[in-house]
Design a protein around this ligand. Structure first.
Ligand SMILES: [Zn+2]
Length: 220
């Protein structure tokens, strides 16, 4: 029979073993705490430059969806596009721009509403049930993220660095605004777009596969 002391020693040994043998790369990240921060929160595994600091997320409750876009512009253009957005926040564009090397530029105040999307005009249910998106998933309630680099070939996929950045950014955005994975869309899923390629599709598919669940107090 174990004494109380030896049981305690076994428990401590198990805890140490669990800490030592945690799989490589696994991190305990408290996104809920991180997502409440203002200013320039550092998001793990992400290079992010804030051209405008974040405020109080309670003032940006209008974000109910996230839309993944591709600019059909060249590599190297994300920073200048983000700067243009900063100068004129409601112009055609988005809040967040992602360079081909994975650097993320947060362009405007999170309360600003850039002009993106085309009014959610898609209604053919090709990719998702458009009865939930038609004239619903629009710029006033959807946070836009643009990925540069599919020029001159619009079919060029996002880079691995862009995909990694997207997946590192999403838990922060989803937690900050309370957005479930099923409210993340490719632009092509909600508007009729360029038929040569599927804008944002691989990004939205990956986001839904990631399946981050906000508000669960989870760490990952
Ligand atoms: Zn778009």
């Amino acid at each position: 029979m174990h004494s109380r002391n030896s049981v305690a020693r076994i428990i401590i040994a198990l805890c140490v073993a669990a800490a030592v043998f945690r799989p490589a790369g696994a991190q305990q990240i408290d996104y809920a705490e991180l997502a409440r921060q203002s200013g320039e929160p550092r998001i793990p595994n992400l290079t992010i430059e804030y051209l405008h600091p974040l405020g109080n997320p309670a003032d940006a409750r209008h974000w109910k969806h996230i839309i993944a876009h591709q600019t059909e512009g060249p590599p190297g253009s994300a920073r200048s596009l983000a700067l243009q957005q900063l100068m004129d926040p409601t112009k055609r564009g988005v809040t967040i721009w992602v360079e081909t090397d994975g650097t993320v530029f947060w362009s405007t105040a999170e309360t600003a509403i850039p002009t993106h999307g085309d009014g959610a005009n898609r209604n053919d249910n090709t990719y998702v049930d458009n009865s939930k998106t038609y004239h619903v998933v629009v710029r006033t309630n959807s946070l836009g993220v643009e990925f540069v680099g599919n020029f001159p070939d619009v079919r060029a996929p996002v880079t691995p660095a862009q995909m990694s950045a997207w997946l590192a950014l999403l838990p922060f955005l989803q937690e900050r605004y309370g957005i479930a994975a099923e409210h993340i869309y490719a632009h092509n899923w909600i508007d009729f777009k360029d038929p040569r390629y599927c804008e944002g599709c691989e990004l939205a598919i990956a986001a839904r596969k990631l399946g981050y669940v906000p508000g669960r107090g989870n760490t990952r």
